[in-house]
Design a protein around this ligand. Structure first.
Ligand SMILES: [Zn+2]
Length: 326
């Protein structure tokens, strides 16, 4: 696989720090959703655990690099919420367990790496426990935290970590990269359904995602016109590709905001055509921004919510009335 070009500059800065002997013990990767934070972190782990010299690392082919790539390196630990965790949290036990393993000298003597993802899933006790580890630096122990919500982490943790930003990559660059990996006319639609996540797109079936996106968008247009069976649709979406549907909704609303009323699409069209002929743009944008907030809130709660269908139902009703509201 060709490395994503937008990860090159952030990786180069980490490698420069490593060559200067200044690789931080705590590194926080602040990624835009889907920007490839885990891909970057994997390369950083290879840089640390590669058998080649620092200048040449990561070589990609030594046993160290290969084991990092397959997720089987004994000196690389991944900390994530356990599947059985109802709140999808990283608990103090998860951190303690990992720290105990990391206390042992590294098997290969090149250091050890702990990856915490998503770092914002740590609950308060877990964060406190990690803080103790960060406050007692051990040589050659590197803790890599990946999150798209650093504000959800305690200031004490943030102050102990160096931060590396990974902004959302340019859509054109992502599309070009995807095309190089695997040509398909459906990449733009696939990105819409995946919330822009380039790395997820690579493993997907873009044609199937295009169908899903187009079907979802059609339903939203129907909702605007009051022609959608809202209850049935919400129920179906809650059982089928729920998160992808939310991405599609978000993208649809975003496009409406970006395109404005003159394109004759969606919210603006209904507002402009059936109610106000005048400067209703602000109101339309207000309604659209409110919808965006709502979609994002549903997504945040998606992992833990008991009633996805009800949340989507309310959203669809709101889309249905947002035209007449302006
Ligand atoms: Zn290597």
């Amino acid at each position: 696989m060709i490395e994503p070009p937008w990860l090159e500059a952030p990786f180069a800065s980490v490698k420069a720090a490593a060559l200067a002997g200044r690789l931080p013990q705590g590194l926080l990767v602040h990624e835009a959703p889907g920007a490839g934070g885990m891909r970057l972190v994997k390369r950083i782990a290879q840089l640390i655990l590669c058998h080649a010299s620092r200048e040449l690392a990561p070589c990609g082919s030594c046993p160290g690099c290969v084991r990092v790539d397959s997720g089987e390196h004994p000196d690389l630990l991944r900390i994530a919420p356990k599947e059985e965790s109802k709140l999808q949290q990283i608990t103090v036990d998860d951190i303690r367990e990992a720290c105990e393993q990391l206390v042992m000298t590294s098997y290969e003597g090149r250091g050890s790496v702990a990856v915490i993802h998503p770092a914002d899933a740590m609950n308060v006790n877990a964060a406190n426990s990690l803080l103790k580890t960060l406050e007692e630096p051990r040589p050659n122990l590197h803790i890599l935290l990946v999150t798209n919500r650093p504000s959800a982490l305690p200031a004490t943790i943030l102050s102990r970590c160096q931060r590396l930003r990974l902004p959302i990559p340019d859509r054109a660059v992502v599309l070009q990269w995807l095309g190089q990996q695997r040509p398909s006319p459906d990449w733009p639609a696939a990105l819409d359904a995946l919330g822009g996540s380039a790395l997820d797109a690579l493993d997907s079936d873009p044609a199937a995602l295009r169908q899903l996106r187009d079907g979802t968008w059609q339903s939203l247009r129907d909702a605007l016109k009051g022609r959608l069976d809202v209850v049935r649709t919400a129920d179906a979406w809650s059982r089928d590709e729920f998160l992808l549907r939310l991405h599609c909704i978000e993208r649809w609303v975003t496009r409406r905001i970006l395109e404005g009323p003159e394109t004759g699409g969606g919210l603006s069209e209904l507002g402009a055509a059936t109610h106000l002929q005048g400067p209703d743009l602000d109101l339309n944008i207000g309604a659209a921004l409110g919808l965006l907030d709502e979609v994002r809130e549903i997504r945040r709660q998606a992992a833990t919510t008991l009633n996805k269908a009800l949340m989507v139902e309310q959203l669809l009703w709101r889309i249905g009335t947002s035209g007449s509201a302006v």
